[in-house]
Design a protein around this ligand. Structure first.
Ligand SMILES: [Cu+2]
Length: 67
């Protein structure tokens, strides 16, 4: 398996606190090595080999949703 960046659009993030909540949760997903969030576009970028479903679940747990 190769290491690659995947992008997800997340709804509901409005400020730096939202951003750090999402980053904290997604960083806990096994296989995730780095996470970035662009607040303006709502784009979450994940580097690593994590499962898609696990990323969705982590975003849910942070209180937001992948669209
Ligand atoms: Cu916020």
């Amino acid at each position: 398996m190769t290491d690659s960046d995947r992008r997800y659009t997340v709804s509901g993030m409005t400020c730096g606190h939202c951003k750090s909540s999402v980053i904290e949760e997604v960083l806990q997903v096994p296989g995730v090595r780095a996470v970035d969030v662009d607040l303006d576009s709502g784009v979450l970028t994940v580097r690593g080999e994590a499962d898609d479903a696990a990323i969705h679940k982590a975003v849910d747990e942070a209180g937001y949703a992948v669209v």
